[in-house]
Design a protein around this ligand. Structure first.
Ligand SMILES: Nc1ncnc2c1ncn2[C@@H]1O[C@H](COP(=O)(O)OP(=O)(O)OP(=O)(O)O)[C@@H](O)[C@H]1O
Length: 250
């Protein structure tokens, strides 16, 4: 079987400290896979290895069957990998429609040309508007990004990743910092992502993980600790003991 993503024995050491230890994880094509684990378990390090931000100490990464362990960050993006970040990294002075149109034009190889004739390429504008509506940003697409509610800014980050037309989307804590009254917009939008996009979600919000995932992997102290369905992981006494505790909002 060809997986959308497959790591084999992936390890990363910082000095003598092993942040990822022999992680072999397979994400099926079209999966809704969640990676959970306590603070400091090595989730962000793992994403940084997947995206090529950090080189692994050992092990390999395959994407759609191809070994990408030594492929650059840009090369992985070209092969269909997109990520969102834990920290908001948007252009504060642009509107969502400008941000997404620029990303789509860039994808189509006409970034600078499009920028010189803002608003003239109707195919780019149409695709941007459709994407923004799908991400519940339709009513705010012309506002300055800096003035959007925080939850909407997080949705714009996902829309920006989706503008690359990814095959594999890595979502790094999309609900982190989102106020309670905006959380459901994020949950709904993540659930409405297209079926043909494989999604690996890193998240502390267990309500989002349990409603979204068809498979969950648990990372503890850099190593894979358990894997299974929502039912299996949510009822596993060992996982509960090391991670979930009494409260599902860790
Ligand atoms: N560049 C680095 N140099 C040294 N140690 C690092 C580096 N990056 C991460 N670490 C350490 O590796 C461990 C795993 O960190 P990481 O950020 O990957 O965990 P995490 O599971 O994403 O945590 P959180 O849920 O808090 O974001 C931590 O102990 C961290 O201090």
């Amino acid at each position: 079987m060809t997986f959308a993503l497959e790591t084999t024995g992936l390890s990363k050491s910082f000095g003598g400290f092993e942040a990822n230890a022999d992680v072999s994880l397979s994400v099926a094509k079209g999966a809704r896979h969640a990676l959970i684990g306590p603070n400091g378990a090595g989730k962000t390090t793992f994403i940084n290895l997947l995206t090529g931000v950090l080189p692994p100490t050992s092990g390999s990464i395959r994407m759609m069957g191809e070994d990408v362990t030594r492929v650059s960050q840009q090369g992985r993006v070209r092969r269909g990998m997109a990520r969102t970040y834990q920290i908001n990294q948007l252009f504060a002075d642009l509107s969502p429609i400008e941000t997404i149109s620029l990303a789509i034009a860039e994808r189509e190889g006409s970034g600078a040309r499009w920028w010189n004739r803002v608003g003239k390429d109707s195919a780019v504008i149409d695709e941007s508007e459709a994407l923004l509506r799908r991400m519940k940003l339709g009513a705010m697409m012309t506002r300055r990004t800096a003035t959007l509610p925080y939850g909407k800014q997080r949705l714009l980050e996902i829309a920006l990743a989706m503008a690359c037309k990814p095959k594999l989307l890595l979502l790094d804590e999309p609900a982190a910092g989102v106020p309670e009254d905006e959380r459901h917009d994020v949950l709904d939008s993540v659930e409405a992502l297209p079926d043909d996009v494989t999604v690996l979600l890193i998240e502390h919000d267990m309500e989002l993980v349990f409603s979204f995932a068809d498979k969950i992997s648990v990372l503890v102290q850099g190593a894979l600790y358990a894997e299974g369905s929502v039912e299996e992981i949510s009822t596993d006494p060992h996982v509960k003991a090391v991670y979930l505790g009494e409260d599902t909002h860790v």
